[in-house]
Design a protein around this ligand. Structure first.
Ligand code: ADP
Length: 504
């Protein structure tokens, strides 16, 4: 647990920039890494230094442990922040970082490993007295055993990959006859995605909410829970919109969830920031789903209602300092909502979109936070996750936050490729969502109806701005480029960036 002064940020996009900002506010130096596709990304410019780590495919850059460690060595970093995704939940990476004499900004590898195997995590939670979704706590050997477990639990059930993540290797079984072939496809999907094909069986809960609890733990034995996030607005088990707090959680339920979450984290010797995911049944019972042993995409909604900078706390804990969270911060204040702005076309089954962002006008004003990984001129490719930015708003009540999100979404202008913006506007205008009447099947049930709705007045503003910007750009492209700059003019790097943004 040594103090450090320079951090390698082993990630890209919005989360790399988020971590770099936290480093700077904490008085630390930052070193970014980037693949050839991310040369012009904002995180590269924001860091004190930036190291190229290879070709665009993640396997050749952001997932290449040797290159990351070499980048840390070459720039004299003493610590590595993995962000989320990529190597963040790979225990061998945490171990390799430690072996190289660097501090891994995250939990001990033993905690990552214990929670990374979902059946082991379920066994541990059971032992710690945390309720788990009914189902097996060991992998099932084959579809025959899965069938008998399904009969014991009662249909419907879910087949789940023990190494699962991102909804991969998960299959819903409503009829016994579906089991055999579903077992095979789930197994091969899991093998392909995680290199581990083992599956287990879990009771499928009807219309639960996804409620998760943020925890922070330090080396002084303190484990605190920063309340819950409501993450029920999902598509194919992927979160789209998150809120804090949840309208379904009373102070008494929050206390019980927090107790379960801190018990869960404490039972694996957790350190730093982590998230315990639960399913909350309509009956009010909650069940442990999994623990994410890393920073979460949706962490900002918690930051806004608890007044805590989670990334800065991670940096402190990793240096052996005590958490700065005081007990007064353990009550939520107001309401926060996050919309994930992705390069996906909601009108084409959320097909990932590629292209150059020709114009980008982020929303601003009171209570608005824009955590973006891209800016105008950047090219969006299929190499990485389609998340462009997170739009987060805070309001003193949920109704204020909702109005503010609608206002902010109307201010947002993205020209060059489709995004999820108009889907979010439709959700904000939906009476069911406004009532907080949501569960994990929300998108399945109302997605198509929302997308068919006429939203012209809501979208008039961004569309008009986009059209005007496009016309202006076409005019600019028709005029000859300016003469070469004088030797003491702007840096060639800046000019290159500018050319890129106009050329695309
Ligand atoms: P992954 O790790 O692949 O993301 P999770 O176990 O975290 O998988 O579950 C992701 C989502 O799948 C949940 O938020 C929920 O919407 C749905 N889900 C998972 N388990 C169940 C269950 N037992 N019953 C109903 N829905 C579930």
């Amino acid at each position: 647990m040594a103090s450090f002064t320079r951090v390698l940020v082993a990630n890209r996009g919005e989360i790399a920039l988020r971590i770099i900002r936290a480093c700077h506010e904490e008085g630390l130096e930052s070193v970014a890494v980037y693949s050839d596709a991310d040369r012009l990304s904002p995180h590269v410019r924001a860091a004190h230094r930036a190291v190229p780590i290879g070709a665009p495919p993640a396997a050749e850059s952001y997932l290449d442990v040797a290159k990351l460690l070499e980048a840390a060595r070459a720039t004299d970093c003493q610590a590595v922040h993995p962000g989320y995704g990529f190597l963040s939940e790979r225990a061998p990476f945490a171990e390799a970082v430690a072996l190289a004499g660097l501090t891994f900004i995250g939990p001990p590898a033993t905690a990552i490993r214990a929670m990374g195997d979902k059946t082991e995590a379920r066994r541990r939670m059971q032992a710690a007295g945390v309720p788990i979704v009914p189902g097996t706590t060991r992998p099932v050997a084959d579809h025959v055993q899965a069938k008998s477990e399904a009969a014991r639990l009662g249909l419907p059930v879910l087949l789940k990959a023990i190494a699962g993540g991102g909804g991969k290797g998960m299959r819903l079984i409503r009829e016994e006859g579906e089991l055999e072939s579903a077992f095979e496809t789930a197994q091969s999907e899991a093998l392909k995605a995680f290199g581990a094909g083992e599956l287990y069986v879990e009771k499928y809960l009807e219309r639960p909410r996804h409620i998760e609890v943020q925890v922070l733990a330090d080396t002084y034995g303190r484990v605190v829970a920063l309340g819950e996030r409501e993450c029920s607005i999902q598509r194919r088990h992927q979160k789209l919109i998150e809120e804090a707090p949840s309208v379904a959680v009373t102070p008494a339920l929050r206390r019980r969830l927090s107790e379960a979450a801190t018990a869960a984290a404490g039972s694996v010797g957790y350190l730093g920031a982590g998230t315990i995911e639960f399913l909350l049944a309509p009956t009010g019972e909650f069940y442990f789903l999994e623990m994410n042993t890393r920073l979460q995409v949706e962490h900002p909604v918690t930051e806004l209602v608890y007044g805590v900078d989670i990334v800065r706390e991670q940096l402190r804990v990793a240096q052996g300092q005590p958490l700065r969270v005081h007990s007064g911060a353990l009550q939520p204040r107001g309401h926060a909502i996050e919309c994930r702005i992705t390069a996906e076309d909601p009108f084409n089954d959320f097909l990932p979109a590629t292209g150059v962002i020709r114009h980008l006008q982020p929303p601003s004003g009171p209570g608005v936070r824009w955590d973006a990984g891209v800016e105008a001129g950047n090219e969006v490719t299929l190499f990485y996750d389609p998340l462009l930015a997170k739009l987060i708003v805070w309001g003193d009540t949920r109704a204020t936050a909702l109005q503010r999100m609608r206002r902010a979404l109307r201010e947002l202008v993205i020209v060059g490729l489709p995004s999820s913006q108009s889907f979010h506007l439709r959700v904000m205008a939906d009476p069911e969502f406004q009532r907080g009447d949501v569960d994990v099947t929300y998108f399945e049930r109302v997605g198509q109806r929302l997308l068919a709705a006429d939203l012209a007045p809501e979208l008039a503003q961004p569309l008009a701005i986009a059209a005007a910007l496009l016309a202006e750009q076409q005019r600019a492209e028709a005029t000859p480029p300016p003469a070469a700059p004088a030797p003491d003019g702007p840096s060639p790097w800046l000019l290159a960036a500018r050319r890129e943004s106009i050329g695309g």
